[in-house]
Design a protein. Structure first.
Length: 259
């Protein structure tokens, strides 16, 4: 189970999530940089930096939550090639060597997931606590080859009921709550970076060639922004935004979830 905290959480919301995390009720805690400040948690095995910190002190502070009181911990940071210089600076200031790892391929990830699923299936078989499902399986297999049914169920388990191109939980461009012909995008900058609608329009227009008039409604919140763009240009807009900076900050973009 995973939960998240961010700067807009009330103190009671924050304390509720932290209590669950400390008690082992949450396996993964996702926190924005602001919300992560001041967290004092023991027994953390991994800290994963989705983006590289802007200063070495922040990096040391983040990863210091692992390996406390003599324990060992692992810190993983996702770094793009253009951030190599910043990574070298962090290593120099922190007086440490960060080992470069290799991202697993899709096939390797699938193999691990299948192996874990196999172990879980074996546990269920050993416990024999699945009598209620036997009749359901008999109905599913009626007129079908059992191996075909098993393969289809495995596909649902690994990919969800969507497709590989649109994994379960991630909205597709047709499911963003935008008007017909448009797609609503989520962008990771907001009022906190002093962003204005004109900044968003200029960035998209300059990078994609879209007319400013083609860009629809823009809603800027404290830490993120929603913008509507023509659906047939949405993938291109997402791609260029992922490689862009605005207000001095690297940004990311994705299809928004329906309202």
């Amino acid at each position: 189970e995973a939960e998240a905290i961010h700067g807009d959480f009330s103190q009671s919301q924050r304390e509720s999530v932290m209590k669950k995390f400390r008690g082992g009720g949450i396996d993964v805690l996702v926190a924005t940089d602001v919300a992560a400040r001041g967290l004092d948690i023991s027994k953390i095995t991994h800290v994963i930096n989705y983006s590289i910190p802007q200063n070495p002190e922040s990096y040391v502070h983040r990863i210091g939550r692992t390996g406390r009181a003599g324990r060992e911990g692992v810190a993983i940071t996702f770094v793009t090639p253009r951030e190599d210089r910043q990574l070298r600076l962090i290593q120099s200031v922190a007086k440490t060597k960060i080992t470069r790892g290799k991202l697993p391929s899709v096939q390797e990830i699938q193999e691990v997931r299948v192996e874990r699923l196999k172990e879980r299936i074996q546990e269920f078989i050993d416990d024999k606590h699945f009598d209620n499902y036997l009749k359901m399986v008999e109905k599913l297999a009626d007129g079908l080859q059992p191996i075909d049914v098993a393969a289809a169920l495995l596909k649902f388990q690994l990919e969800g009921f969507g497709t590989a191109a649109a994994p379960a939980g991630e909205p597709s461009l047709g499911e963003t709550g935008a008007p017909p012909g448009m797609a609503r995008l989520f962008i990771t900058v907001g009022r906190e970076q002093k962003i204005r609608p004109g900044d968003i329009v200029k960035l998209i227009a300059d990078k994609t060639g879209l007319s400013g008039k083609a860009i629809g409604n823009i809603k800027i919140l404290e830490k993120f922004t929603f913008v509507e763009v023509p659906r047939d240009s949405a993938e291109k807009v997402i791609d260029v935004l992922q490689k862009s900076m605005i207000g001095g900050r690297k940004i990311s973009a994705a299809p928004a979830r329906p309202r």
